[in-house]
Design a protein around this ligand. Structure first.
Ligand SMILES: Nc1ncnc2c1ncn2[C@@H]1O[C@H](COP(=O)(O)OP(=O)(O)OP(=O)(O)O)[C@@H](O)[C@H]1O
Ligand SMILES: [Mg+2]
Length: 241
C-alpha cells in the first residue's frame, strides 16, 4: 500500500488483511467491555514497523463499525498521515495545543464517512507539548466529540512521546514486525510503557505473509513462530537460512 489515497487502497485490499484489521478492532473493543476503549495509542519499538498504516486502517475499521473516529497524527518527529491520506490541512495538533485554533476548526473530514483527521507538523519540543496539562484537556475534549480517537506516534526505541501519550489514553497497541523488532529494545520499550502506567492492549504482528498464517491455522505447525511471544523472536544468526 505505497501510492495513492490510502483509504481507496484499503478498500481494494485483500480480504485477509481487512479481516485481520477487524480482528484487531474487535479485540480492542473486548479489552474493556464495561468502560470501552475510546482513546488508543498506536506505537512500535522500531521505526517503519507499520504504526501509521495500522492507525489508518484501524480507524477506517472503527468507522465501518459505526464509530465516529478521529485519527490524530501525534508523530511530531515525522508526521506521515497527511501524505498517506493525500490531505494537507493548514493547521493541526500544534496549533490546537497552542490555543491559536479550536479543535473543531483544525479537524478535517476524510474520504471515509465518519473518519476525521487532525494533522501535525515537526516540532522542536514534542515531549513538552504532549506531556502538558493542555494536552490532557484536549484529549478530554476530543472524547466529547468522537467515539474513538487513535493516535499515531513515533517509535519507542528513539523517542518517549508514545509513552507520554500512553499514560493519558485508555490503551496502547504495540506493533511488532517480525524480523525488524530488536528483542532487547522491545523489553526496554515495554518497561518504558509500564513505567508510564500504560495499559498495553496487545501486540500486533504486522507484515506476516498470508502463507505463514495459513500454515498456522490449517497445518498447526508446532514450531510456528507466530505461536511464540513475538517480543522474543530471536535475531537470525549470520549464515542461518
Ligand atoms: N502489513 C503491511 N503490508 C504492506 N505494507 C506495509 C504493511 N505495514 C506497513 N507497510 C508499509 O511499510 C512502510 C512503513 O509503514 P508505516 O509508515 O505505517 O510505518 P511506521 O511504523 O509508521 O514508520 P515510522 O516509524 O517511520 O513512523 C509503508 O510504506 C507501509 O505502506
Ligand atoms: Mg509512522
Amino acid at each position: 500500500m505505497a501510492n495513492g489515497n490510502i483509504i481507496d487502497q484499503y478498500r481494494a485490499e485483500r480480504a485477509a488483511y481487512k479481516d485481520s484489521v477487524r480482528t484487531l478492532r474487535t479485540n480492542i473493543q473486548f479489552a474493556d467491555i464495561d468502560n470501552g476503549i475510546h482513546t488508543i495509542v498506536i506505537t512500535s519499538v522500531m521505526p517503519s514497523e507499520g504504526k501509521s498504516l495500522t492507525s489508518i486502517t484501524l480507524a477506517i475499521s472503527m468507522t465501518e463499525y459505526g464509530k465516529r473516529t478521529l485519527l490524530v497524527d501525534a508523530d511530531c518527529r515525522r508526521p506521515t498521515l497527511a501524505g498517506m491520506l493525500k490531505q494537507r490541512p493548514s493547521v493541526g495538533l500544534p496549533q490546537v495545543l497552542a490555543g491559536t485554533v479550536s479543535l473543531l476548526d483544525a479537524i478535517v473530514p476524510t474520504a471515509q464517512e465518519g473518519l476525521f483527521f487532525l494533522d501535525s507538523e515537526t516540532l522542536a519540543n514534542p515531549v513538552e507539548v504532549l506531556s502538558s496539562r493542555r494536552c490532557s484537556e484536549l484529549i478530554a475534549e476530543m472524547r466529547k466529540h468522537f467515539d474513538v480517537i487513535i493516535f499515531d506516534t513515533p517509535p519507542l526505541c528513539s523517542f518517549i512521546e508514545a509513552a507520554v501519550l500512553s499514560s493519558k489514553v485508555d490503551g496502547t497497541v504495540l506493533i511488532v514486525s517480525p524480523g525488524m523488532t530488536d528483542a532487547d529494545k522491545a523489553v526496554e520499550a515495554i518497561d518504558q510503557l509500564n513505567k508510564a502506567n500504560a495499559k498495553i492492549l496487545g501486540v500486533v504482528l504486522n507484515g506476516v505473509p498470508d502463507s505463514y498464517i495459513s500454515d498456522y491455522y490449517y497445518r498447526r505447525k508446532k514450531k510456528s513462530a507466530i505461536k511464540k511471544n513475538p517480543l522474543f523472536i530471536k535475531k537470525k544468526k549470520k549464515g542461518n537460512k
